[in-house]
Design a protein around this ligand. Structure first.
Ligand SMILES: *[C@@H]1O[C@H](CO)[C@@H](O)[C@H](O)[C@H]1NC(C)=O
Ligand SMILES: *[C@@H]1O[C@H](CO)[C@@H](O)[C@H](O)[C@H]1NC(C)=O
Ligand SMILES: *[C@@H]1O[C@H](CO)[C@@H](O)[C@H](O)[C@H]1NC(C)=O
Ligand SMILES: *[C@@H]1O[C@H](CO)[C@@H](O)[C@H](O)[C@H]1NC(C)=O
Ligand SMILES: *[C@@H]1O[C@H](CO)[C@@H](O)[C@H](O)[C@H]1NC(C)=O
Ligand SMILES: *[C@@H]1O[C@H](CO)[C@@H](O)[C@H](O)[C@H]1NC(C)=O
Ligand SMILES: *[C@@H]1O[C@H](CO)[C@@H](O)[C@H](O)[C@H]1NC(C)=O
Length: 600
């Protein structure tokens, strides 16, 4: 859940300086009338689910004649207006459901409701009517984030946070009006809401985002809710026999003093030595070990930690030290917040969604008529070393791949670059999927890194794409204008620390746009691989205003938002570059232009 922030459209820290600029810009902007105009048309969509043809009639509103260089081609977006947290994704009777925090009336935060869309492949979507709107005393100030849980009788339940008439956060339930309808078009709020109100010692402004439920060994449901206890981020555990009446569990869940508040907590199992996902309630799998992921959103990022959950005592033993910020892992080292995962029982995988907010300003959002994206849904599983998660775009995305460029074993000398062209005639690389693998040798020449610099984001900022080195910077320049006035660099550097090597992955959008007032932070992460034995790979999804990168086959992810003004449409170029002094080789490159997803 995200509460209102004055003049930018994102929770990520903007300096006061920027806020002042936004204010000035907002008041001095004479926004042309046309951007307030919308037209409405009706559309009939057919989807085939389990052989059943389903018709979804929709009234659609479209933006009136506004140039939209930043709307995406294959990332999920509502037709217009504000979107933030993913809510309650699930697979139900052959249909993927996706809900999201939405302002149906404007491109800025407000009027928080649950938008709803359905899909049969997680890529093409049909928007349905809003599922939950704030209209009861217990949610009159907003229907905020929550989750869905499929109950033993097969019925899905939404558990969400409402902000009531007193501005207290409470938890509420809603059920489908007709569980035979696989589209679950209408939802009915439970008459006994709110089912949970903040306990006395909990600040009613910090009590939100219930997780998906899981069933313990005693047959009772559990959920966790994000909060703060003694000024520390925490999750409160609740138990229920029937999912409707709940008691707080006495087993204390971990606290962490590296943050003052947790949002959107989740607890779910992952299997050791396999890529399959597990349903939330699974506590053992024959012949395999399992671990539990505890995830929370705080300090503008999504963190997780691995541990052992004891279903009898509800204890959670973390593998690492909770009180040390560097022990927490991150899903994504870029722009990525308030994520939510779900178990896809059809394909036996766990899928992660996340909000990617804008990096432009509130006046820009008003001009565009919309704000906020979701990542491409990612499959997630435990790494071979069992010490972190691995993420990869769902396989279904590959159906959108069209014209392909491919080559193997190409030498990339020091201080050189090659253009990757010919994917399509037009819209060359505004929407593309690129996979590149590098091979480095003679690592004895690698730059030495003093062990003091441990924060990869600081290292990427100090050694950004313009800073030369030995092995690196090498990688991709995406959404680049021909003369490179605009470009976003996604790149690696290899360092030596004593007798080992470290691979740094960076995303540097600092020269991505000539447009003023854009927030362009440089992000970084270390890749847990040894470049002596493993190739260094990068997959980057490019989609107009989002660049989503997966390093080391999903060991580290970095997402950025960019707003080029020169590098749009046919003027967007793609390069592989090496600005280090050492040469290396591209073992293989495959780049595809992407078709537009059908999101209607
Ligand atoms: C949209 O606006 C542009 C520039 O204002 C104009 O050239 C174009 O003709 C308009 N298109 C339509 C369909 O109204
Ligand atoms: C909320 O909706 C009302 C219309 O119901 C609208 O007047 C108001 O501007 C909206 N608020 C925001 C922040 O969009
Ligand atoms: C419930 O949904 C089913 C399947 O779509 C439909 O056949 C039935 O008429 C619906 N019932 C009501 C009361 O709308
Ligand atoms: C909650 O606690 C009360 C009092 O201890 C007990 O009677 C009730 O059964 C509990 N309910 C659940 C759902 O555990
Ligand atoms: C957090 O707790 C740990 C262990 O109790 C302590 O060492 C550390 O100083 C605390 N950090 C902060 C910021 O309070
Ligand atoms: C990039 O690095 C150079 C020096 O290495 C520095 O002068 C410049 O400010 C950095 N750029 C950004 C955007 O941090
Ligand atoms: C590569 O290095 C040169 C010289 O330092 C610099 O001018 C150029 O901007 C660098 N290229 C990129 C993509 O940063």
């Amino acid at each position: 859940m995200y509460l209102y922030k004055a003049y930018n459209s994102c929770p990520t820290a903007h300096s006061l300086h920027f806020t002042m600029l936004f204010k000035t810009k907002l008041s001095s902007l004479n926004i042309p009338m046309k951007i307030y105009g919308f037209y409405v048309f009706s559309l009939c969509c057919f989807l085939i689910f389990n052989g059943v043809r389903v018709e979804a009639f929709r009234n659609h509103t479209r933006l009136l004649n506004v140039s939209q260089p930043y709307r995406t081609a294959y990332h999920f977006q509502p037709t217009k207006n504000w979107m933030n947290d993913p809510n309650g994704p699930m697979y139900y009777k052959g249909v993927y459901h996706f809900f999201y925090q939405h302002n149906p009336y404007g491109p800025l935060w407000g009027n928080m409701s649950w938008g709803h869309a359905i899909s049969h492949d997680l890529i093409n979507w049909v928007h349905l009517d809003i599922a939950l709107v704030p209209n009861e005393h217990y949610d009159i100030n907003g229907c905020f984030s929550g989750s869905t849980t499929i109950l033993p009788n097969g019925e899905p339940a939404i558990l969400y946070t409402g902000v009531d008439a007193k501005l207290h956060q409470v938890q509420n339930l809603a059920f489908p009006k007709n569980i035979s309808d696989p589209l679950l078009k209408e939802w009915v709020k439970w008459p006994l809401n709110p089912i949970l109100s903040p306990p006395d010692e909990i600040d009613p402004s910090f009590y939100r985002d219930p997780s998906t439920g899981w069933m313990g060994a005693d047959g009772e449901w559990r959920v966790v809710i994000g909060t703060r206890i003694d000024h520390q981020g925490a999750a409160i555990l609740y138990k229920s026999k029937d999912f409707r009446s709940w008691n707080r569990s006495l087993s204390p869940f971990p606290l962490s003093n590296i943050t003052t508040f947790w949002e959107c907590p989740e607890l779910y199992p992952v299997i050791c030595n396999g890529k399959s996902g597990l349903d939330t309630s699974v506590i053992s799998v024959q012949g395999k070990d399992i671990k539990h992921v505890l995830k929370a959103s705080f300090n503008d990022h999504d963190y997780y930690i691995l541990g052992k959950y004891d279903p009898e005592s509800d204890g959670y033993d973390v593998d690492a030290n909770f009180m040390k910020s560097k022990e927490w892992l991150r899903y994504d080292y870029g722009r990525f917040y308030a994520s939510k995962s779900f178990y896809d029982g059809e394909k036996k995988r766990r899928i992660l969604w996340s909000w990617v907010c804008e990096s432009d300003t509130a006046p820009d959002a008003i001009e565009k008529g919309w704000s906020g994206l979701q990542t491409i849904p990612r499959s997630i599983w435990l790494s071979k070393n069992e010490d972190q998660l691995v993420q990869w775009p769902v396989k279904e995305l590959e159906k959108l791949r069209t014209r392909k460029v491919h080559f193997k074993n190409k030498r990339l000398k020091g201080r050189s670059m090659i253009e990757i062209s010919g994917i399509t005639a037009s819209q060359v690389t505004s929407k593309a999927d690129v996979e590149i693998t590098f091979r480095v040798s003679n690592l004895k020449h690698a730059e030495v890194l003093s062990a003091e610099v441990v924060d990869p984001q600081i290292l990427c900022t100090q050694k950004n794409a313009t800073t030369d080195g030995k092995f690196g910077p090498f990688g991709l320049l995406v959404l680049a204008s021909k003369d490179l006035t605009e470009h976003t660099a996604v790149f690696f550097r290899v360092f030596r620390i004593a007798n080992s090597f470290r691979v740094l992955m960076c995303a540097d959008p600092s020269r991505s746009s000539l447009k003023p007032f854009i927030d362009k932070p440089i992000y970084g992460a270390f890749l847990a691989l040894d470049p002596r034995y493993a190739k260094i790979s990068l997959r980057t999804l490019i989609d107009h205003s989002i660049v989503e990168s997966f390093g080391g086959e999903g060991l580290a992810c970095i997402t950025s938002r960019v707003y080029p003004v020169l590098a749009v449409g046919e003027q967007a170029h793609l390069y592989a570059f090496n600005n280090g002094t050492q040469s290396l080789s591209i073992s293989s490159l495959s780049a595809w232009s992407m078709k537009k997803a059908q999101i209607v």
